[in-house]
Design a protein around this ligand. Structure first.
Ligand code: GLU
Length: 280
């Protein structure tokens, strides 16, 4: 059985969609999975939600194996990887604000298909400006593609996906306000936890091309992917806090049996009022 993982962000209490993801990770992993807390963003992460994650998973009876990994404790690891990419000239500093980017993209020749118009790509290196102005670091994805070609990946069901150039862009790898970004942290964490199958919702499939590219560039092993269907309300709405998605804590307070719920989720059976949103 492959080593799988569940990687919630502690920005709120877990809901049924998280329980389904953890159940899928446990099932695909032969009963257990590695747990990672995505607490890279200090503005959104709260310690009480970290405690809530442990509490909810224990209530479900979905036990993880090994040490819990916390992204907030791994900043030096992310920074070292960024330095490697800098030395290889695969990243460049970007001084653009959101407003700068929006202005270029809305100009007549702007390319709305790409998230970032490349304004700072190819600027001469200016250590003085870097020392005095806030900046992020972006992947030079064209240079990366020249080096390794278009990345591809395999899903659990055997389907093979090849990335297309329009799925890639100059993603931010280190933010102005945080030393890493989701993509860089995620690939390093998965590799360091020995994850062989990345289990997550189909809404994160668009992150896979850039993450596969980073795995190549950093010499990390290739996992397989299991992008599972999302859980929604029966009327088609996504589960979100603003839609009053019931939290697992509320279900527990209502007397729901945690292990029985986990068993039915593993069998892909949802409680009344919920339905799967088919993966794309
Ligand atoms: N922390 C992300 C989330 O809660 C998941 C990241 C991942 O699975 O790659 O949506």
């Amino acid at each position: 059985m492959p080593v799988t993982r569940f990687a919630p962000s502690p920005s709120g209490r877990l809901h049924l969609g998280h329980a389904f993801s953890a159940a899928m990770a446990a099932d695909a992993g032969g009963g257990s999975y590695r747990l990672r807390i995505d607490d890279l963003d200090p503005a959104r992460s709260r310690e009480e939600f970290v405690d809530g994650i442990f509490e909810d998973l224990r209530w479900l009876g979905l036990d993880w194996s090994g040490e819990v990994m916390r992204e907030s404790e791994r900043l030096a690891r992310y920074d070292a990887a960024l330095e490697t990419l800098k030395a290889d000239r695969l990243v460049y500093p970007c001084f653009c604000t959101r407003a700068d980017i929006a202005a270029v993209l809305s100009a007549p020749h702007g390319d709305p298909g790409h998230q970032y118009p490349g304004t700072c790509r190819g600027l001469p290196d200016d250590p003085g400006r870097r020392a005095s102005s806030p900046h992020s670091w972006r992947l030079d994805h064209r240079r990366a593609l020249e080096r390794i070609g278009l990345p591809s990946w395999t899903e659990r069901d055997g389907r093979h996906f090849s990335a297309t150039p329009d799925q890639l862009g100059d993603a931010i790898l280190a933010r102005k306000d945080a030393p890493s970004s989701y993509h860089l942290a995620c690939v390093l964490d998965d590799a360091d936890q020995g994850v062989e199958m990345v289990v997550r919702g189909a809404d994160l499939r668009p992150s896979t091309p850039i993450q596969r590219l980073l795995q190549h560039l950093l010499g990390l092993p290739e996992p397989t992917y299991f992008h599972h269907e999302l859980v929604g309300h029966a009327d088609g709405r996504r589960l979100a806090k603003r839609d009053q998605a019931p939290t697992l804590a509320a279900m527990r307070a209502d007397g729901v049996d945690g292990p029985a719920l986990a068993a039915s989720l593993t069998a892909r059976s949802l409680p009344l009022g919920f339905a799967f949103i088919a993966p794309t």
